[in-house]
Structures are given as C-alpha cells and as structure tokens.
Write a protein that binds this ligand. Structure first.
Ligand SMILES: *Cc1c(COP(=O)(O)O)cnc(C)c1O
Length: 228
C-alpha cells in the first residue's frame, strides 16, 4: 500500500478505456461484448485509490495477497456489499481459512495439499463455496506456481474425484518477455479437453490478445490504477 492516490483520480477514465478495449476485442473475435469480464487488480493500492473504481461501477477486484486484502477490503465491502473479490496470488495452506472468509473466486489452486485444505475448510467457512480455478504453469517455469501442463488433466481429475472440488476453469501467467498468445492458446486447449468454461488470462500488456483467444476473465491492474 505504497501508492498515494492523486487528488483527482485518473481511475474512472482508464477503467472506461479498458472496458471499451475489452468490448472491442470481444467484437473483433466474434464473441458477445460481455464474454470477457474485467477483474480490476487493486494490489498495492489503498482503499482511497480503489474507491473511484467502485464509484464508477466496477465490482470485480483482484488481490494477490490475503493479508493485504484483509487490511483494506472488509471496510470497502461494508460500503459496497456486492463486490466480488478474486484471489490471484499464491495461497498458502495456513491462509486458507482467512482467504475463504474474504474471497469469492480463487484463481490459484495449484497443488494437492491446497485442494485437500480447501475441501476441509470450505464446509466450515459459513460462506458459499468460492469458485475455483486451477493455475497452470504454461511456461513450465521452475520459480512460478502452477500445475505443469502435462499434469493438468490428472490434477483436475483428483480435484473432482478425490477432493470433491468443483473447478470451473484455468488461470495462467505467461513467462515475462515471451509472446503470450501460445500460452493463452495452450490454456484454452487444456480447458476445452477438460470441459471447463472459465479462462482467466491476460493482464495490462496483453489482455486484448487473451480476449481474442477466449479469455472469460482478464486481470488488469496497472492500466487502470497506474504503475506500482
Ligand atoms: C499483478 C497481477 C496482475 C495485473 O497485472 P498488470 O500488469 O498490472 O495488469 C494480473 N494477474 C496477476 C496474477 C497479478 O499478480
């Protein structure tokens, strides 16, 4: 929470531009204009910087750290109860309970131990089960979270059959400095053969490409809130 909000927020303007670009990319791809939803990534920005986006009608937000989200979202959710919060960063097993108390969608299911913990904690959370996406490490980068592409089908089957989790889709973060399109196409292929309808892919630099390749959720931060 380092970035100070400017006196006059540029967020509504940038938000409108990103929304228009998403709709245009949908049209260009022959998809319905609302086929790709915007997850506004508000990580590192404080409540005052986020509020203009809420005032402009944005309700779907992404955060990558449970602790940070916990520090700023309960207050904002009290003002805007219909906010939908998406966890887009890694989830440690010991943070599952806190995550379930706050998030509506978890994009980063990436290992059996987390599936097991989620299966145990979801019924105890007292909230509707979160929608779950499995993160795929499409670039097979050793330092990056996510299930290897070749292990995806097996992991998805285990989520369903062993842990009783209803996974809705897949998420990826392509390697930096590489064209993103092949990674988005790979994610779409894995989703298709597993009968999954949700594709979380595309960030500020490449969300239009992601929409062209079937993204149902794009995660856009800096193009809306500014540089971090
Ligand atoms: C930060 C982040 C984003 C948003 O990135 P921008 O380039 O600022 O749009 C999207 N997805 C994940 C997983 C992130 O951590």
């Amino acid at each position: 929470m380092t970035a100070a909000s400017p006196a006059v927020s540029t967020v509504p303007l940038y938000l409108a531009e990103v929304r228009a670009a998403i709709a245009r990319a949908c049209r260009d791809a022959g998809r319905p204009e609302d086929a790709a939803r915007l997850v506004a990534v508000s990580k590192t920005f404080d409540a005052d910087a986020i509020r203009p986006a809420l005032e402009a009608g944005q309700r779907r937000f992404g955060e990558n750290r449970v602790q940070e989200a916990k520090a700023k979202w309960p207050e904002l959710k009290a003002e805007y109860p219909d906010v939908e919060l998406h966890l887009i960063g890694p989830l440690q097993s010991n943070k599952v309970r806190e995550a379930l108390a706050l998030f509506d969608v978890i994009h980063t299911l990436d290992r059996p131990s987390l599936a097991k913990e989620l299966a145990k904690e979801i019924p105890r959370s007292g909230r509707p089960a979160p929608r779950l996406l499995v993160q795929i490490n499409t670039g097979e980068e050793p330092q990056k979270a996510g299930v290897a592409p070749l292990e995806a089908d097996g992991f998805l089957k285990a989520c369903r059959d062993e842990y009783g989790l209803a996974v809705e889709g897949l998420m990826c973060i392509p390697p930096a400095g590489e064209p993103a399109a092949p990674h988005f196409a790979l994610l779409a292929t894995i989703a298709r053969r597993n009968g999954l309808s949700v594709l979380s892919m595309g960030m500020s630099g490449d969300y239009e490409t992601a929409v062209a390749l079937g993204a149902t959720h794009v995660r856009v931060g800096s193009a809306i809130f500014g540089a971090r």
